[in-house]
Design a protein around this ligand. Structure first.
Ligand code: ADP
Length: 370
């Protein structure tokens, strides 16, 4: 049996592989052609630098198309036919006949992460820059001319600085929540939560933020004999705050926001909370991606309104981690309604929870968290 030649070996490899002679590509395997999205012929006799871009960290001379020195395994960016660059792990080996074998493996998860990371950085960078520019501008003006300005104007400028700082705090809180969700470090503290009181608190805190001339109508309508919800009160408040805040943000100042809470007609151990507005609505094609991280719909009003596209992602993650569900109905130009379904705090649920806590305490003395 004859030994396979290097081209045959390369074809069998699942990693992307290129064979180089004096820095030029003399063979590329199908896996590498798949990665680049181009046939081998495009690269034959070309320098490896046409395919790879140094990430700047490795300084590999071979990848830069100059020099023969073989760097230890390193990362580089692989150019693809679509213009996209994929982060790959590169390993060079010198073969006995002087040719160089380059093995290229995408950091599959890291690639996704890199893309998500760069989207994240640009969204967040932009969201922070806007309030920071305004804080700096008004603070500079106050420092330079503050003592020459009338008192009411000074107060107005300081008010803007405070509002913008509040906006940054909200953004930071959202980011911290997202990072906790990713790290699964959410500890839930389940207990029976009275909805009418919680809804009142949410409405009051949203009303307190409205402009003085905003005649928004809040119609709050919890069912009179509604049982408590089985939830973590702080997380549920965060959910309702986000949804009510959106209902206000994406509708006109004089319009109505309705918040109702009822027993689920199909299952009386479940509670439905509905937050409905009369705002801009959401076209059907955007609905499937609505709860995705950083997603904002294309709409001139959305562009004017402050936001990061994190709110609904947080809402859905928190709701599902408390055993709840969320759905949305919307009609462009007429309004949007979000419906949450949460378990009611039935005696059975509470008893089951107590049994679980005692079992956990028994197995881990001294640690009785939910
Ligand atoms: P943000 O409001 O920070 O952009 P969200 O995740 O809360 O992020 O919402 C995602 C997108 O969904 C918003 O950008 C907006 O386009 C749309 N949206 C959310 N709630 C409503 C609503 N009540 N009415 C119309 N559009 C909404």
């Amino acid at each position: 049996m004859s030994l396979p030649d290097s081209a045959e070996l390369l074809t069998a490899l699942t990693s992307g592989a290129a064979l180089l002679r004096e820095g030029r590509i003399i063979h590329m395997n199908p896996a590498l052609c798949d990665l680049t999205g181009q046939p081998e012929a495009v690269f034959l006799n070309q320098s490896i630098a046409m395919l790879l871009e140094s990430t700047g960290e490795s300084g590999c001379q071979l990848c830069r198309g100059s020099g023969e020195g073989l760097a230890p395994p390193h990362a580089a960016l692989l150019h693809t036919a679509t213009g996209e660059k994929i982060l790959v792990k590169v390993k060079h080996s010198l073969l006995p006949d002087g040719e160089v074998l380059c093995l290229l493996d995408p950091f599959s998860e890291d690639t996704t992460l890199t893309r998500a990371h760069s989207d994240f950085v640009s969204t967040i960078g932009h969201e922070f820059r806007t309030p920071l520019t305004s804080i700096k501008g008004f603070a500079d003006t106050m420092l330079k001319y503050g003592d020459q300005l009338p008192a009411d104007q000074q107060r107005r400028f300081i008010h803007i600085i405070k509002e913008q700082a509040d906006r940054m705090i909200r953004l930071t809180e959202n980011l911290l929540t997202v990072s906790r969700l990713g790290g699964r470090a959410q500890e839930m503290s389940f207990r029976p939560v009275s909805l009418p009181r919680l809804i009142d608190r949410v409405v009051q805190s949203i009303q307190a933020k409205l402009d003085a001339d905003d005649t928004r109508i809040f119609t709050v309508n919890p069912h009179p004999a509604l049982p408590d919800v089985w939830a973590d009160a702080d997380r549920l408040e965060q959910i309702l705050l986000n949804l009510t805040d959106n209902a206000v943000k994406y509708s006109e100042p004089g319009s109505e926001v309705r918040i109702s809470a009822t027993l689920d007609p199909d299952d009386e151990t479940l509670i439905r909370i509905r937050i409905a507005d009369q705002g801009i609505g959401i076209p059907a094609e955007y609905l499937p991606r609505l709860f995705t991280k950083f997603y904002r719909t294309e709409n001139p009003l959305t562009r004017q309104v402050e936001g990061t596209g994190l709110g609904l992602y947080i809402v859905k993650s928190l709701a599902t981690s408390m055993g709840g569900e969320i759905s949305v109905e919307s009609e462009p130009g007429r309004g949007t309604a979000f419906t949450l379904i949460f378990p009611a705090a039935t005696p059975e649920r509470q008893a089951k929870h107590r049994r679980r806590l005692s079992a956990e305490e028994a197995s881990q003395p001294g640690d009785g968290h939910e």
